[in-house]
Ligand binder design. Structure first.
Ligand code: SF4
Length: 232
């Protein structure tokens, strides 16, 4: 008798963006697999602010943004103004390379690193959300843990942490992932592998249903109860 080998496409090649979606709710990952990906406008704006040279004007940054994402909504211009204003007194993190693909074959994940500075050997994650009061948001802790695992394997460098730029707040923080972050990361990867095998994930304890765009689909996929059998 021959044993079925695991499908390696299921076991590997998980995008870090998928990990974050599954972190919020594994069912969101399940439904997102069937939809088309569109880059977030606020990320495109923040990324350009974070990579702009000090002498770039708002007009020049906006023209660059339109070049990168031609269908961006004109409303994003006011977001750009507020980000530039927030970053006025915050020196942007230095970089010599941006958008670097990093991966870990050991864990089976890959992602895009925002910035690497060859002079200091430091890495930066660019976020388009406001900063929390202290430290970083829980999903950024997972992102950081995942990226550091990839960097370690891609460049054979062991790093304790990395910088996170919260552009809309003009705040930069340094974060070192904890063993709890790494444990959670491994759990999520397992949940994604289960979904990729065809399993419909259970609802987590505190899912963000109020703001979920898959709410209707999710309700339709509710497991049927057998209560009707007991109706008089
Ligand atoms: S509606 Fe709730 S449980 Fe369903 S996918 Fe969205 S967040 Fe998850």
């Amino acid at each position: 008798m021959t044993e079925n080998k695991p499908d390696m496409n299921i076991m590997s090649n998980i995008a870090i963006s998928s990990i974050i979606r599954a972190y919020h709710c594994p069912r969101q990952y399940y439904f997102h697999k069937e939809s088309n990906f569109k880059p977030s406008e606020s990320y495109t704006v923040c990324k350009q602010v974070s990579c702009a040279y000090p002498d770039h004007t708002e007009e020049e940054i906006w023209n660059m943004i339109i070049l990168i994402q031609p269908d961006i909504s004109p409303d994003a211009r006011s977001f750009l103004s507020s980000c530039i204003c927030a970053m006025t007194h915050t020196p942007i993190r230095p970089w010599t390379e941006t958008d670097i693909t990093v991966k870990s074959d050991k864990v089976g994940i890959y992602g895009l690193l925002d910035k690497y500075d060859a002079l200091s050997g430091e890495y930066t994650l660019t976020r388009c959300t406001t900063a929390p009061k202290n430290g970083c948001w829980p999903d950024d802790a997972i992102r950081t843990a995942a990226l550091l695992i990839c960097i370690e394997e891609t460049s054979a460098k062991r790093l304790k942490g990395m910088y996170i730029e919260y552009i809309p707040s003009g705040i930069i923080r340094y974060y070192e992932p904890t063993p709890k972050d790494r444990r959670r990361l491994i759990q999520i990867i397992r949940q994604i592998q289960d979904v990729n095998r065809g399993l419909f994930p259970s609802k987590p304890l505190h899912p963000p249903c109020d703001s979920c765009k898959y709410y209707e689909k999710c309700e339709k996929n509710k497991p049927k109860t057998l209560s009707f059998l007991f109706k008089k």
